[in-house]
Design a protein around this ligand. Structure first.
Ligand code: NDP
Length: 293
């Protein structure tokens, strides 16, 4: 078993991003700038946004956090998005999900100017990704692809089983793995809660991407010897033994699956750290106008 070490890869890529950000500052006179909007006080969202902001500072980006109370109206939020869309000093805009029930996340996602959509959730970016055109790729799948690239994991011709079909992880991951690109060129099976014979399908996988949101869902008997295992899950449980007061678990039973795998991501220390890199790279590409003018 070898570890796909998110800590190592993310630190390495952060150094590269920081060097490029310094060049942007020198040539344009300003830092790449990411704006995040956070609505309400969801514990997980607070942690993710704080980490995004912290990492922006680390690589020499400017970051701005705009907070709204849970009760903010949809109209007010959309008006703020429009204001930021028009702001020439902003390169990337993300609205942290989930949003309160009275706000339609689709409306918000589509309102974000696609040239600033560094989360890659806008239909234009998703459509361009589908067609293998330059675009902002959703941060988590992007981070996973960067990790596969870094470790030179052979994907061509392999059977990749993605578990979970969310718009932000499973679905885009399935498209990226199937694209005619490197990494890519997999034969992909996208599975979900209605999939029949899931265990059998997963057992036939050379590469497993688990994005379900259920602790230890993928067990050793579901994994064939030598499989590459990507664990996207972040399941938080209250813990008295950690400083933060909670402990993170993946969707994969790491302890028992790791000995069977050829490569595996740990949780924490795997995909989560790479997601931040996906976001930073998209923001940098936006500041450099590499994808859209
Ligand atoms: P969603 O809840 O949006 O999607 C979960 C998916 O899993 C759905 O497609 C669902 O199927 C499927 N599913 C649920 N139960 C089963 C089952 N018994 N068998 C097969 N499929 C099942 O989750 P996300 O994609 O947003 O997130 C998944 C996990 O990844 C979570 O733990 C989340 O915290 C984590 N995450 C981690 C990130 C990171 O940076 N590491 C980033 C984003 C998410 P159906 O569609 O039929 O309901």
């Amino acid at each position: 078993m070898n570890l796909l070490d998110g800590k190592y890869v993310s630190e390495k890529l952060k150094q590269e991003i920081a060097a490029e950000a310094a060049e942007v500052l020198e040539t344009t006179g300003r830092k790449p700038h990411l704006v995040a909007i956070l609505v309400g006080n969801d514990g997980g969202s607070e942690t993710y946004v704080a980490s995004k902001m912290k990492n922006c500072e680390k690589v020499g980006f400017k970051s701005t956090l705009i907070r709204y109370d849970e009760s903010v109206s949809e109209a007010e939020l959309l008006a703020k998005v429009e204001e930021i869309n028009q702001d020439a000093e902003v390169d990337g805009l993300i609205v942290q999900l989930p949003l309160p029930k009275h706000i339609d996340p689709e409306k918000v996602t589509e309102k974000i100017e696609y040239r600033k959509d560094v989360d890659g959730f806008h239909p234009i970016n998703l459509g361009r990704m589908m067609r293998n055109l330059p675009c902002f790729i959703p941060a988590t799948p992007y981070g996973i692809m960067l990790m596969l690239e870094e470790y030179k994991i052979e994907t061509s011709g392999k059977h990749c089983v993605v578990i979970g079909r969310s718009n932000i992880v499973g679905s885009p991951m399935s498209i990226l793995m199937a694209r005619n690109a490197t990494p890519g060129n997999c034969t992909v099976t996208l599975t979900h809660s209605r999939t029949q014979n899931l265990e059998k399908l997963v057992r036939s996988a050379d590469i497993i991407v688990a994005a379900i949101g259920k602790k230890n869902f993928v067990t050793a008997d579901m994994v064939k010897d030598g499989a590459v295992v990507i664990d996207v899950g972040i399941n938080r449980e209250v813990s008295e033994t950690t400083k933060s007061g909670y402990k993170l678990y993946g969707d994969v039973d790491f302890e028992n699956v790791a000995p069977k795998s050829s490569w595996i991501t740990p949780v924490p220390g795997g995909v989560g750290l790479m997601t931040i890199i996906g976001l930073l790279k998209n923001t940098l590409a936006s500041a450099k106008k590499e994808i859209y003018q």
